[in-house]
Write a protein that binds this ligand. Structure first.
Ligand SMILES: [Fe+2]
Length: 387
């Protein structure tokens, strides 16, 4: 019987074409001038154009900021905070895009509380106040960033990615429109989908899990396991896109109220080293970290077997637990993710394990089984095909 607090955005609107209601929501929130942070590639998509046209028709004053590269650096965010001066110039921020765009929108919305560099606000609860409200419109199904209190930033010189974490970063309003994900290519669909599954399973097995986060985590795993293969095969499958959007949202809600662990802790150094997407980094490590964790929380893996609908009649407990790891490995393979093409050496393994130990303690502490330097090295070694 754990004490816990449960947090979520104030309102989440879900459904095909809901993003067309953006102007209605801005008016409802009585925002007069908004900053719209949008992924530059999305401006070409008709549906985003349509959102902008609606805003013009409704005489809503807005400025578009589309200078976002994937996985923004600390220097880029600091520059945007200085140049835009959001607290003085706008009374709301809208973020339309994938995880990186959403993270930048969230950081800009609290930037009135940031003095100096975002570098001084890494880790937990150093940002105490929001400056202006946020409306988030995700265009991928994976990061869950539309509901989380996290924003991930990168230091390319030191080679790490870290989270800024504060309840003030939880968006006020979310528009979850699966229509926006229809044109996502299979590779991004697969990688972001496995990222979402990773959120759910890590939040379920980790130390910070609680009865309410478990509800969202378990149903997230059920939905993603059921629909991810389908949506990778056929991106136009509206039912599968809808349930992937929900699965990803549930994974995000689980993060907000529980937290990720070893997979994410080891994925950030891997992503930084090879310059690969967050989803791919997680996909590479997921099965090995889960295998490592089975010893700590076998009863939880038995519940995961249930939501993944694994046939376990006549299995022993050990066999059920093992079947979950096998099924996860199969899911990653089935959606076309492979580890080919990485040049790995013993020295690289040392560097990765050192970085994980020095920079990712916030996440490592939440893993159900302690991960030592040697453990981390061994997990990297197996995941990257060296063992
Ligand atoms: Fe993630």
């Amino acid at each position: 019987m754990k004490d816990f607090i449960f947090k979520m955005p104030r309102k989440i609107e879900i459904g095909f074409s809901k993003s067309r209601d953006l102007s209605k929501i801005i008016k409802e929130m009585k925002l007069n001038k908004v900053l719209i942070v949008v992924d530059c590639n999305l401006k070409k998509i008709g549906i985003v154009d349509q959102m902008f046209n609606n805003l013009k028709k409704e005489n809503i004053s807005f400025i578009v900021f589309d200078n976002i590269k994937n996985e923004p650096t600390i220097a880029e965010i600091d520059r945007a905070i200085n140049d835009l001066n959001v607290a003085s110039n706008f009374d709301g921020v809208v973020g339309i895009g994938g995880g990186s765009t959403i993270d930048v929108a969230k950081l800009l919305a609290v930037s009135g509380s940031i003095k100096g560099s975002i570098r001084d606000y890494l880790e937990i609860n150093l940002i105490k106040e929001s400056s202006v409200p946020t409306i988030i419109v995700p265009t991928t199904s994976g990061t869950g960033a539309e509901v989380t209190p996290n924003a991930i930033v990168k230091d390319p010189v030191e080679g790490w990615k870290k989270g800024v974490v504060s309840s003030c970063l939880i968006p006020d309003r979310v528009i979850l429109d699966p229509e926006l994900t229809i044109s996502l290519p299979p590779k991004i669909t697969a990688e972001t989908g496995i990222d979402a599954f990773t959120h759910a399973i890590e939040c379920f097995i980790c130390k910070k899990s609680n009865p309410m986060s478990d509800l969202f985590a378990l149903d997230s795993m059920r939905l993603i396991n059921k629909y991810l293969r389908r949506v990778v095969r056929n991106g136009s499958d509206k039912e599968a896109r809808y349930y992937m959007a929900l699965g990803s949202l549930y994974g995000g809600i689980a993060i907000t109220n529980s937290g990720t662990g070893g997979v994410h802790a080891l994925a950030y150094p891997l992503g930084g080293k090879y310059n690969i997407s967050h989803g791919l980094s997680n996909s590479i490590l997921l099965a090995e970290v889960m295998e490592f964790n089975t010893k700590a929380v076998p009863e939880k893996f038995i519940k995961v077997a249930d939501v993944m609908e694994i046939e376990t009649t006549n299995f022993t407990k050990e066999e059920i637990v093992k079947s979950v790891v096998d099924e996860i490995r199969k899911l990653v393979n089935d959606v076309g993710i492979s580890i080919e093409g990485f040049e790995v050496s013993e020295k690289v393994l040392d560097n990765l394990a050192t970085l994980a130990m020095s920079e990712q303690q916030r996440l490592l502490k939440n893993n159900p089984r302690p991960i030592s330097y040697e453990d981390a090295r061994q997990i990297y070694k197996k995941s990257l095909g060296l063992a």
